[in-house]
Design a protein around this ligand. Structure first.
Ligand SMILES: Nc1ncnc2c1ncn2[C@@H]1O[C@H](COP(=O)(O)OP(=O)(O)OP(=O)(O)O)[C@@H](O)[C@H]1O
Ligand SMILES: [Mg+2]
Length: 275
């Protein structure tokens, strides 16, 4: 479980203070997919970066599985980060390393032996559907495939938590759907708790159990995804819902996929008849 209590983050740049997060309180339950929704600049990335302490909160606390980790340093911080995988919008892969070497990287850092690392990477690549791409370089892969590599790398140390910062924002709608399917199946099969940041409500709708809507550093509403989407209480959520254009695209894609599957089925049926 992740508990965020009275979390505030103030950035100081050139003598000016900017409150990016203002008294945030939220709880992410074990095994759930928790969405953080909000417009650009709302503070989503800052919030999620406070969970693995890539950003240090100005005040307040981050509690993981009952332990206040806010002050963690050195070995404790290292271990915490090993337990929290993270993926980003731009995939952040090492371009000079092969796909397999990207996945083994965190295992090298963790001190795992070579044979074991290679076997583990093969297992992870199989899980994300890229077993045949182990020796390729990131530049030889599509965006969706690169994100799969990033997911495999994030899972290398068997984290119990995964943070996804706009993981599908650079992808087309069909690829988005496939990556969301993969995240959902990882969540279900491995029980990994996920925090998913998105500015696209359709993404949250597709995959999140609960959501928090954030505006100018404050949570304006939170609850189960179904509840928040059916009865949005804040103006921001209502506005975001009105502009939910991607969602219809996703629905279209799903429909298209069904139609294609049906077409293939009927072709197979015809083949069988002919054969
Ligand atoms: N390192 C920093 N120094 C100063 N201000 C920052 C820093 N990082 C973020 N901010 C400011 O904090 C606010 C929140 O930024 P953040 O990146 O968390 O927003 P976001 O919701 O992730 O936006 P986006 O959807 O565009 O990624 C913004 O006003 C941003 O300019
Ligand atoms: Mg961001």
């Amino acid at each position: 479980m992740i508990e965020i209590r009275n979390l505030t983050k103030v950035y100081e740049a050139r003598g000016e203070k900017h409150t990016a997060l203002d008294d945030i309180n939220l709880t992410v339950r074990d095994g759930e997919i928790f969405g953080i929704i909000g417009a650009s600049g709302a503070g989503k990335s800052t919030l999620v970066r406070c969970i693995n302490l890539l950003e240090r909160p100005t005040s307040g606390s981050v509690i993981v599985d009952g332990v206040d980790v806010t002050g963690f340093k050195g070995r404790q911080l290292h271990d915490l980060r090993e337990d929290i995988g993270m993926i980003f919008q731009n995939f952040s892969l090492f371009q000079q390393r092969t796909v397999a070497q990207n996945v083994t990287y965190p295992l090298e850092i963790a001190g795992m032996g070579k044979r074991e690392r290679v076997a583990r990477a093969a297992e992870l690549l199989e899980m994300v559907g890229l077993a045949d791409k182990a020796k390729r370089y990131p530049s030889e892969l599509s965006g969706g495939q690169q994100q799969r590599v990033a997911i495999a790398r994030a899972l290398a140390n068997e984290p119990s938590i995964m943070l996804c910062d706009e993981a599908t924002s650079a992808l087309d709608s069909l690829t988005t759907l496939q990556i969301l399917d993969l995240l959902r199946s990882i969540n279900e099969s491995l029980g990994v708790t996920m925090v998913v940041i998105t500015h696209a409500l359709s993404v949250a709708e597709q995959i999140c159990d609960s959501v928090a809507v954030i505006e100018a550093g404050r949570i304006v509403e939170q609850g189960s995804t179904v509840e928040v989407f059916a009865h949005p209480s804040s103006a921001v959520t209502q506005q975001l819902l009105q502009h939910r254009t991607v969602s219809s695209t996703i629905t279209e894609v799903v429909t298209e996929r069904c139609v294609i599957t049906e077409a293939i089925d009927s072709e197979t049926a015809t083949d069988r008849k002919v054969g």
